[in-house]
Every structure is written in structure tokens, then in C-alpha cells.
Ligand binder design. Structure first.
Ligand code: 2AM
Length: 200
């Protein structure tokens, strides 16, 4: 079944992307994501630490935990205005994610959590964003949108349980993030945020 595009809404809170200082070559490594508030980030980090205790590996840092909506890769910083305009025109409704599933990828080395039941508003947001980005000429991977929050990398054992107690994440906005390489690994910088519509 085709996904109906979301009606564009004016987002009163849509802010211009900030601080475009990128690399000397003027390119930025970018992705759109859902970014948890402090309480949700703490709960996700606790889940990451529990999985690391069970399976070994490297837990994501609390300040890097997110759910990717669309990975753009390296783009010239002059594309930021176009990305901002696309994001501002997306619209979309708020939703709650029930993170009640733990999954593994890459031979069980990556452990992630996600919802066993996808909110239609999340599916629509991911699909509309991808459609608009592709229509504007941005190259996205063809792989299907599988909403997940990576929690542990380089795990050495498989977690016991696939199902777990649900963490409730109320999602009211989405963000554009720049991934920067520092001495301590990747640093993620939120450079734009757009609010989702309140449900009536
Ligand atoms: P992951 O959590 O499954 O690693 C920043 O790298 C974010 O973009 C991560 O959340 C990562 O997903 C996601 N991502 C999607 N496609 C990617 C790619 N081709 N290379 C790097 N990261 C990618």
C-alpha cells in the first residue's frame, strides 16, 4: 500500500540550522534522527549498560543515543538551507514509541532496541522524509527503514531476551545531526530541530 504524504504544516518552532562550521573541505556528515530527552536518554543508557553487562562490548555514550530517520552521509555545507527547507515542510504528528524489543545485527555484534509495533506516524515520517530528500536529489541508501536505537557495539554474546519491558518515548520533534570525528570518537551535534504537530 502506498504511503500518503503528510500534509505540510508550518512548524512555528522550526529553527534555522545553526552553526554551519564544518570541515575545511566544506562538507558535513549528516543524518536526520529522533533525539531523546534527558529522561528517555537515561533509560536507554541504562538498557545499554544492562546489555553490555550481559553481552560485553561497548555501550553507546548517553549523549549519542538516537534513532536515525535518514542517513545522508557527506554533503556540502551549502546544502544545509535546502535540508532545512525540506525538514520544515515535512509536518507529521507526534507519537509514542514503545521500545519493547531487543535485536541484533552483524552476527550479533550490534545490539539495538526498537518497537515491536511501529507507530504509523513514525513510518510516515521516515517515508516522507526519504521521499522529499530523494526528490531534492539527495542520495539515500535503498535499504528499508528499520527504526532502531543502537545501544551496544562489538558485543561478544547474544542477549537472552528479544522482548523486554517497554520504555515509553514520547516523540515531539526530529533533528538534523552532524557527525564529527574527535579524538574520543564520533561526536554528534544537533544542528536543527523541527517540532511535530500535536495530536488533536
Ligand atoms: P546505526 O545506529 O545502525 O549504526 C550515524 O552514523 C547514524 O546513522 C547511526 O545511527 C547509524 O545507524 C546511521 N546510519 C545509517 N546508515 C549509515 C551508514 N551507511 N553509515 C553510517 N551510519 C549510518
Amino acid at each position: 500500500m502506498g504511503m500518503r504524504p503528510l500534509a505540510p504544516v508550518r512548524c512555528a518552532s522550526a529553527q534555522d540550522v545553526t552553526d554551519t562550521a564544518g570541515r575545511p573541505d566544506g562538507r558535513l556528515r549528516l543524518f536526520f534522527a529522533l533525539w531523546p530527552g534527558a529522561a528517555t536518554a537515561a533509560a536507554l543508557y541504562a538498557r545499554a549498560c544492562a546489555l553490555k553487562a550481559e553481552c560485553d562490548g561497548r555501550a553507546m555514550r548517553r549523549d549519542t543515543i538516537h534513532l536515525t530517520l535518514a542517513f545522508l552521509g557527506e554533503v556540502p555545507s551549502c546544502d544545509l538551507a535546502a535540508l532545512s527547507a525540506i525538514a520544515a515542510g515535512i509536518g507529521g504528528a507526534r507519537f509514542t514509541l514503545e521500545l519493547d524489543h531487543v535485536g541484533t545485527w552483524r552476527g550479533n555484534r550490534i545490539l539495538w532496541t526498537g518497537p515491536s509495533c511501529l507507530p504509523p506516524a513514525l513510518v510516515a515520517l521516515g517515508q516522507t522524509l526519504a521521499d522529499c530528500l530523494r526528490a531534492a536529489g539527495f542520495a539515500l541508501e535503498q535499504r528499508a527503514f528499520t527504526p532502531h536505537v543502537t545501544l551496544v557495539r562489538n558485543a561478544r554474546r547474544t542477549p537472552q531476551a528479544g522482548e523486554t519491558h517497554a520504555l515509553h518515548w514520547r516523540v515531539a520533534s526530529f533533528v538534523l545531526v552532524a557527525s564529527e570525528r574527535g579524538t574520543a570518537g564520533a561526536h554528534y551535534r544537533v544542528i536543527g530541530r523541527w517540532r511535530l504537530r500535536e495530536n488533536r
